[in-house]
Write a protein that binds this ligand. Structure first.
Ligand code: HEM
Length: 366
């Protein structure tokens, strides 16, 4: 599925729009997201000031990604739903902007394990260790934002808005709040009842090769372009020193360093991250880890991507071409591409219709 392109595309990115131009767009034109080679056109409701028509085609016919979702899904059942989520998110992000990174990552981790079904939000029980307690998820942050939005929504319209939808909206609103790209969030996801810590090990690890990354993304119905675009999420946020310890201190078991990492950067990183340090945090985009920009691609091109999975994007012709293009054009298409790939990611393996449930509390099955 390719989103964008063509004369009818209007990007929701605010980055290159002046405020007055944005206002003009909102008042005068319907905003469209065009998805090429469309097979379906459906009416998709309204976000204040916008009317959207979305055309969709599923490239991966074998995955029911996004089936049954639509924009404005809660228009009749809970008209204030999106407003409630937006204001709750704004309250938290304005106080702690670094949570935007955490919430984006949480949405990614939800979608890549059993689909975007809120399974990452469930607590472990005596008989079950949940995803949340699986190794890659131990560093997730920001659950309090989801819980606050859920509490406000249950007060306004009990039993209507799913936790999976809340997470998808919160991730979008958090990134909007820090002036990043804004994407559409078709809604109607339902909450899953299964959450297993062992499933979290299917998330791509930071030492993944380009072949492994491509395979994992393809298994979710995402393309190689989605891989390189969504990896750009690493323009935000922090990592633990322990995640890169092997790269710095013991790459092949001989006390060596990953040769794909810029040696000058290795020196800087070793100053911050001592061997066996499990607590220190480092920025993935040093100096601007709370702002959503196109720095990630410049960093990767300079061989300063923090993880092997970032560096791996230089090991494939098409991903490396994309890295170079964005690095050399100041991210000319990055925001637009990110919007499109986030729409796709948010539709992975969703439960809709009568499947799953609408949880009363996001951490507990009803
Ligand atoms: C392509 C495969 C990916 C791998 C291997 C990967 C791996 C990681 C790892 C290991 C961390 C840091 C963990 C720590 O030490 O605390 C991290 C953080 C992060 N990741 Fe990824 N990631 C990938 C894709 C993505 C995607 C698709 C997104 C979003 C679209 C994303 C967004 C983030 C963000 C925002 C953070 C920082 C979180 C924070 O500040 O709390 N990542 N990622």
């Amino acid at each position: 599925m390719m989103v964008g392109g063509g004369s009818e595309t209007r990007t929701l990115s605010r980055r290159r729009q002046t405020p007055s131009r944005l206002v003009r767009m909102r008042r005068s034109q319907p905003s469209l997201i065009a998805i090429s080679s469309s097979t379906n056109i459906y009416q998709v409701g309204e976000i204040p000031g916008f009317c959207f028509h979305v055309r969709q085609q599923w490239q991966q016919q074998n995955i029911a990604n996004g089936k049954g979702l639509k924009l404005g899904f809660y228009k009749k059942t809970c008209p204030a739903a999106e407003y409630i989520v937006k204001t709750t998110t704004a309250k938290y992000i304005s106080r702690a902007p670094s949570l935007a990174a955490a919430l984006l990552r949480m949405h990614f981790h939800d979608c890549f394990v059993r689909g975007c079904d809120g399974s990452v939000l469930l607590n472990s029980t005596t008989n079950n260790q949940a995803e949340k307690d699986g190794p890659p998820n131990l560093s997730l942050r920001g659950f309090q934002v989801i819980d606050a939005a859920k509490t406000a929504l249950e007060a306004a319209c009990p039993g209507v808005v799913s936790c999976a939808d809340i997470l998808a909206l919160v991730a979008r609103d958090a990134i909007e709040q820090i002036k990043g790209p804004v994407w559409l969030v078709p809604l109607g996801r339902r909450d899953g009842n299964i959450s297993k810590a062992s499933d979290s090990l299917t998330l791509p690890p930071p030492f993944a090769s380009i072949t492994q990354l491509k395979t994992i993304f393809a298994s979710k119905g995402l393309s190689v372009k989605d891989l390189v675009v969504l990896s750009g999420g690493h323009t935000l946020g922090i990592s633990h020193c322990s995640t890169i310890a092997t790269r710095l201190y013991n790459f092949t078991g001989k006390g060596d360093t990953d040769p794909s990492l810029d040696p000058n950067y290795v020196t800087q990183l070793k100053r911050k991250c001592k061997p066996n340090d499990t607590t220190t945090l480092i920025e993935m985009d040093p100096g601007s880890s709370k702002s959503f920009d196109d720095d990630y691609y410049t960093i990767v091109l300079k061989r300063r991507g923090l993880f092997q999975s970032d560096a791996a994007l230089l090991n494939d012709n098409s991903t490396s071409a994309y890295v170079k293009l964005q690095a050399q054009s100041h991210g000319s298409t990055f925001f637009k591409d990110f919007q499109a790939s986030m729409v796709k990611m948010g539709q992975i393996g969703v439960l809709t219709g009568k499947a799953g449930e609408i949880r009363k509390q996001c951490a507990l099955i009803n």
